[in-house]
Write a protein that binds this ligand. Structure first.
Ligand SMILES: Nc1ncnc2c1ncn2[C@@H]1O[C@H](COP(=O)(O)OP(=O)(O)OP(=O)(O)O)[C@@H](O)[C@H]1O
Ligand SMILES: [Mg+2]
Length: 1037
């Protein structure tokens, strides 16, 4: 069996599986029917049965390479009113030319949030799929609707908008936006659509619309880009065609009063611009009711009555302009035969009557720096008038689009960057008429560009991707129309460049010289022919003023007449000046004065169009595309008529067969490994919650666990390729289910957690109430908790140094433990501290401890002494007389300090030195040892509680050798007395007296020292014979 047959067999099997799934679906329907919703089930069942006509996805076609089978499938379905069929994710739509009951709200609901594959093909499925991709993948989307004129593009784009308006979430503000989005259509169609031979409502401009959605998925704004309006239609229509709808709507629908104000009559035949095609009335169009719709839409969009009036004044003035008639004079100059129209126009546009009249018959020229008015002949005047009409209408149309954009703008600037977007492209379809001009050239060039984009995004990029990813692949041949795009747009060599060159060069350039130049430059191109270059057969069907392009969609002959003028799009300067002076506020925005002074040559129409198309391609390339390919079943706009030849032609040029072949050979979906794994990892125990190995191994494990068959997928270098949508949808469903079970689990643990928290709260309250009771079941938890938190707090806040006395307040139950812990902690800190100190420092601290024991809180100047270190001695060997040192002999001096001694009589102050040895305190005067007090004879030491430095060394009276108590003063009294206390071991004999000290003068006589506080130290004998000491007050006390 060859590979092709095997593949076919595979597809058959797949088709039969799908058939079976339909049966199952039907079964469900019957089951549903037994339930309450009988009607709905019946409807679903009927629809599903109908959908079995042919195949709903061309990939299921048995003979997928046969064009005949393809068209037969389209035909079969079309006959059953099944106008939609897929090629994978591309929607093919055949215009039914009748209202089908498939656009109701119920239908919308049927497609909402449902996978592509599960329901019958529909424009709503494409809309929903784009919407869901935008939401879930956070990627901007675009829906590209293509097809020839009358194939149903505009209708399709309206269905998409309606779908979003109905199914997307809404709030009050969003409702307004939705209304405006929807209402922008009738307005734009009134001003931009017209009846042509191909289509009674043909879009004569290109439209790309962005619909912006906020993070909730609600439509919150929109923006429209418009492309090249066919302005020539304003002044001329081919036989059987009409001008833009708005003219007829105004004349048919406007109230009498409005018509009177505009100076119009209710008869289209009265207006030259409306009679060229000899078809003012069209059976399929009701201008009167359309007028009402447009009038209402203008209000919804936010037009004020004044703006509407000004807008209609412009429309009316164009009609009046069309009726301006000229006559010629012998001299060649022309004049206007009747002033009536000029009067109306001047009034409606708010311009000066005579200036306007002159501008319509003259041209301003500058000769030798002087401005002159040169008269126009009749033909020139007519074309100046028509140029003005086209300019006014064209610019007003652009103004209208801008106005709609302002009304649709997403107001929330902060969030506008976060808005997601779905773009909708409805642009004029490929068209071929008997006589094709510049407009058809532009329109068909645009379609070439769109085909190029389609090729880039589907056929080419798809195949390139398989190659890059190392996926085995049999290339599909397709016609790449880049060669035609280049022929039109290439710099210097392309048709547009040649046209521009002819338009701009000095000398006698004409449409014919342009044709000749084309022959010279692109004459040899395979897709270009002229009468001169053609073979005999082709010559018969080509005019001498024509060139033929072999478009991807077919051959089109273009008549060069008017190419230069239309490309230049010139309007005489004086006509521009008149428009700039207009009092009509819309016109003042359309014609700016800067334009008059701007010396730069404006870009030609074709170049502008080329540039705007290049921008459009960029916009579309930046988004994920969905395609709707529209097909027109017949040229007669008749329902139920399927012309095979016509359809085959479209199938061919739309590249649908190639599309199908790539699709059949290829893979419906691809996802990067990390994205795929991240999304579906919860579906496999090995990859959930995370996969540590290589991504490709993770994906492989996952898909094997999911039961993917080898033919269903391939693993590339960075991506997984999934052949059928069904496989992916099944995985999506599994994920949905898994999400439910995960959510249930989460819910359960949350509930448990919640209950526990509640229970704990209750226990806590109870514990608090019983907190003073002895330990019991009610307060157990509370007490433990309080203990625990105290201990944890203590643990975190333990003092770090011996000086840090902070300690958290314990709960009552832990007071005792806390105190024990505090002591332990302090001991520990002290122990640690002691371990680190030096012997000198230890000695210093011992002395300080003694000083503290003796003086702390008892003597005023003690606190000042604390930070000052005690020194070893205040006098060293050099300060003490050598004779004294000699007299001391081996007796070691422990401390010496200069003191003041007060005489026992008269209390005279004398400078002395006090030396402390191991056994005695010695008072020294120069070289003499004046008094030696053995420590054994030292009864005690007295000192005041004030800040003075006086002290008395009391000696025993029995000792006759002694001269009595010694009254001394030291500047370092705390240090001196601490040393005395330590050396003499008299720590407990230092007396601190409040106001006076008694002392013995020798021979049993007594002296008294009185202490008082004062501003400074004063020691003097008082009148009462006492020694009076005034001690300075210290701040600390
Ligand atoms: N889905 C549909 N259901 C019913 N009628 C439709 C549908 N699609 C199109 N038609 C009919 O076909 C006509 C032409 O469709 P539409 O205006 O959408 O064509 P088009 O592709 O936009 O053409 P053009 O390129 O000229 O603008 C519509 O006015 C309508 O009567
Ligand atoms: Mg259209």
């Amino acid at each position: 069996m060859d590979v092709g047959r095997m593949q076919d067999l595979l597809w058959k099997t797949r088709a039969s599986i799908i058939e079976k799934s339909f049966v199952v679906q039907n079964l469900h329907c019957v089951q549903d029917a037994v339930g309450s919703d009988w009607e709905r089930a019946m409807m679903e069942s009927a629809l599903t049965a109908r959908d079995r006509v042919g195949v709903q996805d061309f990939v299921l076609l048995e003979n997928h390479t046969s064009e005949v089978a393809f068209i037969e499938n389209l035909r079969k379905r079309f006959k059953e009113n099944l106008i939609y069929t897929y090629i994978g994710s591309v929607l093919v739509s055949v215009n039914p030319y009748k209202d089908l009951e498939i656009y109701t709200k119920q239908h919308m609901e049927r497609y909402r949030g449902v996978n592509f594959y599960e329901v019958s093909p529909h424009i709503y499925a494409v809309s929903d799929n784009a919407y869901r991709s935008m939401r879930s993948e956070k990627r901007d989307q675009c829906i590209l609707i293509s097809g020839e004129s009358g194939a149903g593009k505009t209708e399709a784009s309206k269905k998409v908008l309606q779908y979003y308006a109905v199914t997307c979430p809404a709030s009050e503000h969003v409702q307004t936006v939705k209304d405006r989005l929807l209402q922008s259509n009738p307005v734009l169609e009134a001003f931009g659509n017209a009846k042509t031979l191909r289509n009674d409502n043909s879009s004569r401009f290109g439209k790309y619309m962005d619909v912006q959605f906020d993070f909730k998925g609600a439509p919150v704004g929109g923006h429209i880009l418009n492309y090249l309006l066919e302005k020539s239609r304003v002044v001329h229509q081919s036989h059987g065609e009409r001008n833009f709808h708005i003219f007829y709507q105004l004349i048919e629908g406007a109230e009498d009063e409005l018509l009177r104000r505009l100076g119009l009559e209710r008869m289209a035949q009265q207006y030259q611009y409306l009679v060229k095609g000899s078809c003012p009335k069209v059976s399929s169009i009701n201008d009167r009711s359309d007028w009402k719709v447009v009038r209402k839409a203008l209000s919804v969009i936010g037009f004020s009555d004044d703006e509407v009036e000004e807008l209609l004044s412009i429309i009316a003035s164009v009609l009046h302009l069309g009726n301006v008639q000229y006559s010629g004079e012998d001299s060649g100059s022309s004049y206007i035969t009747t002033d009536t129209q000029i009067k109306y126009i001047a009034r409606l546009l708010g311009v000066d009557f005579s200036v306007l009249k002159e501008a319509l018959t003259h041209k301003k020229i500058t000769a030798k720096g002087e401005e002159l008015m040169s008269p126009l002949n009749q033909e020139q005047a007519s074309s100046a008038r028509d140029a003005l009409s086209k300019a006014i209408y064209g610019r007003t149309f652009t103004w209208l689009v801008n106005k709609i954009n302002t009304s649709l703008a997403f107001k929330d600037k902060f969030n506008s960057k976060n808005a997601s977007v779905i773009g909708l492209l409805d642009i004029y379809g490929f068209e071929v008429f008997q006589n094709n001009s510049f407009e058809q050239f532009c329109i068909n060039y645009c379609n070439e560009k769109l085909q190029q984009l389609f090729i880039e995004l589907t056929l080419k990029s798809e195949q390139e991707e398989y190659e890059a990813e190392g996926i085995t692949w049999e290339p599909v041949q397709y016609f790449n129309n880049k060669i035609i795009c280049d022929l039109v747009e290439e710099k210097f060599k392309g048709i547009i460049s040649i046209l521009d060159e002819e338009c701009l060069r000095p000398g006698d350039a004409s449409d014919i010289t342009f044709l000749v130049k084309l022959e010279d430059t692109v004459g040899g191109h395979a897709h270009f022919v002229t009468h001169k270059l053609a073979d005999g057969k082709t010559r018969k069907v080509m005019g001498r003023e024509e060139f033929r392009l072999l478009h991807y969609a077919g051959e089109v002959n273009y008549n060069v007449n008017g190419f230069l003028d239309k490309n230049n799009d010139l309007l005489f300067r004086n006509l521009k000046e008149v428009m700039c002076s207009s009092e009509n506020r819309i016109l003042t925005q359309c014609f700016s004065r800067e334009e008059l002074t701007d010396k730069k040559l404006p870009e030609t129409t074709a170049t502008q169009f080329k540039n705007s198309l290049a921008k459009l391609m960029e916009i579309l390339m930046s988004k994920d595309p969905s395609y709707v390919r529209c097909i027109k079943p017949n040229d007669a706009k008749q329902a139920g008529r399927f012309e095979e030849v016509l359809v085959r032609h479209q199938v061919k040029y739309l590249g649908l067969m190639e599309n199908l072949r790539v699709r059949r050979a290829g893979f419906a979906y691809r996802r990067r490994y990390e994205v795929f794994l991240q999304r579906y990892k919860s579906l496999c125990p090995d990859t959930w919650p995370s996969w540590d190995g290589r991504l490709v191994d993770g994906v492989s494990t996952l898909v094997k666990h999911l039961g993917y068959k080898p033919e269903e997928y391939k693993l590339g270098r960075t991506k997984i390729f999934i052949r059928f949508p069904k496989t992916l949808f099944a995985t999506e469903e599994a994920l949905e289910e898994r999400k439910h079970s995960l959510a249930t689990k989460l819910q359960a643990s949350w509930k448990g957690y919640n209950q526990k928290t509640k229970y704990r709260k209750l226990r806590w309250v109870l514990g608090f109430m019983f907190r003073h009771h002895p330990r019991c079941p009610e307060n157990e938890y509370f007490l433990d908790y309080v203990r625990y938190t105290f201990l944890m707090k203590l643990h975190r806040a333990l003092p770090k140094t011996v000086l840090d006395k902070s300690w958290p307040t314990p709960p009552p139950a832990l007071t005792e433990a806390s105190e024990l812990l505090r002591k332990l902690c302090m001991q520990n800190l002290v122990w640690k501290y002691c371990k680190t100190i030096s012997p000198e420092w230890k000695h210093q601290l011992e002395q300080k401890v003694v000083a503290s024991e003796v003086f702390k809180d008892k003597k005023d100047n003690y606190p000042q002494s604390v930070p000052k270190l005690f020194v070893g001695t205040r006098l060293d060997g050099d300060d003490i007389n050598p004779k004294v040192l000699q007299a001391l002999g081996t007796e070691k001096m422990k401390y010496a300090v200069p003191v003041t001694k007060y005489d026992r009589k008269g209390f005279k102050a004398r400078a002395r030195q006090l030396l402390l040895t191991a056994s005695s305190a010695i008072i020294v005067e120069e070289a003499k040892l004046k008094q030696r007090i053995d420590y054994s004879a030292l009864k005690g030491v007295s000192v005041s509680s004030l800040s003075d430095g006086l002290f008395v060394l009391h000696v025993t009276c029995e000792d006759n050798k002694q001269k009595g108590d010694a009254v001394l003063q030291s500047d370092h009294v705390i240090e001196t007395l601490t040393k005395v206390a330590i050396c003499a071991d008299k720590i407990n004999n230092i007396n601190i007296n409040q106001s006076s000290i008694k002392f013995t003068l020798g021979q049993g006589k007594e002296g008294i020292i009185d202490f008082t506080s004062g501003s400074e130290l004063l020691v003097a004998k008082a009148k009462n014979g006492h020694l009076s000491v005034t001690a300075p007050r210290l701040n600390s006390r």
